[in-house]
Design a protein around this ligand. Structure first.
Ligand SMILES: Nc1nc2c(ncn2[C@@H]2O[C@H](COP(=O)(O)OP(=O)(O)OP(=O)(O)O)[C@@H](O)[C@H]2O)c(=O)[nH]1
Ligand SMILES: [Mg+2]
Length: 366
């Protein structure tokens, strides 16, 4: 029997069960990628088999047991949802480099140093000690050299484990590090827009001392709006390019609808400003609060999409209320599709999809 792991997803290669992970039509001692990864890489096909959270405890506990350097990757566009508390509790007392990926979607004008300080305050608030904080874009290759230098200094002849929530870009980051530091020009590990692409741990030899980069499956964030929608909808939600912040002047009784994903309704004595940071493909509708329910009844899946017409029957909303005292600029983060900066004193009623979450922080930029 030949025992080989797929270089793209980490599954054990097998040629018997086409519907299961690691399938390859003909398994030889030369086989590298399973059919699933081959089709992802060459035909941009989306994976049908994905990792689940069932094994996740095992994955992270295994990393903790090893004496490696941990690169904890978060998605800067979804910081609060991916700065996962369960994972942080596991990573306390380890050597951790915090990497905020997908910086390319942030407005070019945003100040890196201010973002690093903001991230460092978020770590301090929960007493999470990290050895370094890096902001990168795996997609564009931004600041990969700086991260390489930090890894070299912090590694001390150990393996380097990449951990984090699903879809934050762990595998993309490994591909970017390989491309920056070797003659490799193609992706080595598989990546896709579907959470759960990496199925098992993958060892990618990299260092002269036989140590390696280790890619791991991600923790699927159950609050992520993507879990409630079909992949067809992801394109409108996940920013492909730089966010274009949109500022609105808000008075009492105004509402801002972020497609059919969330609605912010404002009660305020003053005129205030808000800034929406979301994909430029996400439809944003300004209206009067009095009209919100009618619009949701008549336009959900039409003007207000996503959700798509075929998804809308599964969508249930919940309402939450947040108060802002106007002393500091604040962010409301949505799990999966962006954030809104609130500048001014107001009460905000947030209507959001059941099972998704919002998080409030000081403003990260602006
Ligand atoms: N805009 C942008 N997208 C990125 C970046 N890095 C990764 N992505 C995209 O994010 C999605 C997820 O990337 P992966 O590398 O598969 O993420 P992962 O953390 O390995 O995910 P799992 O294997 O599912 O745990 C893909 O669609 C990538 O193209 C980045 O720097 N910028
Ligand atoms: Mg991966």
């Amino acid at each position: 029997m030949i025992l080989r792991k797929c270089k793209g997803c980490g599954a054990l290669l097998q040629d018997e069960k086409p519907e299961e992970m690691g399938f390859i039509p003909t398994l030889t001692s030369e086989s590298k990628y399973c059919k699933r990864c081959y089709r992802m890489m060459h035909y941009n096909e989306l994976p049908k088999i994905v990792a689940t959270n069932e094994d996740y405890e095992h994955v992270i506990d295994d990393v903790i047991k090893k004496n490696g350097l941990v690169v904890f990757v978060v998605d800067i566009f979804q910081f609060k949802a991916t700065f996962n508390k369960k994972m942080i509790d596991k990573l306390r007392n380890k050597n951790v480099i915090l990497v905020a990926n997908k910086y390319d979607v942030f407005p070019k004008s945003s100040n890196i140093e201010a973002i690093v300080n903001w991230l460092s305050r978020e770590c301090e608030k929960i007493f999470f000690k990290v050895d370094a904080i890096h902001i990168v874009s795996s997609k564009k290759g931004y600041f990969i050299e700086d991260l390489t230098n930090t890894i070299d200094l912090a590694r001390k002849e150990r393996d380097v484990y990449f951990v984090g929530c699903a879809n934050v870009g762990k595998s993309s980051l490994i591909n970017a590090l390989l491309k920056k530091n070797t003659s490799i020009r193609e992706d080595v590990v598989s990546t896709s827009v579907i959470p759960g692409t990496t199925l098992k741990e993958i060892r990618i030899p990299f260092f002269d001392d036989n140590k390696a980069f280790i890619d791991t499956p991600g923790l699927i964030n159950e609050n992520d709006v993507l879990n409630q929608l079909l992949p067809k909808s992801y394109k409108k939600i996940l920013p492909e390019s730089e966010l274009k912040p949109i500022t609105y002047q808000i008075t009492n009784g105004n509402s801002i609808m972020l497609a059919g994903l969330a609605t912010l309704s404002f009660e305020t004595n003053d005129k205030i400003s808000i800034v929406v940071y979301a994909s430029k493909d996400l439809y944003i509708h300004r209206t009067k609060t009095l009209k919100v329910n009618e619009l949701l009844e008549t336009q959900l899946g039409k003007l207000l999409t996503p959700p798509l017409e075929e998804e809308k029957d599964n969508i249930k909303y919940k309402d939450e209320e947040y108060h802002f005292d106007g002393m500091k600029k604040k962010n409301i983060w949505f799990s999966g599709f962006g954030f809104v900066t609130i500048i001014g004193k107001c009460k905000v009623n947030v209507k959001l999809i059941d099972k998704t979450e919002v998080y409030i922080t000081d403003a990260i930029i602006g």
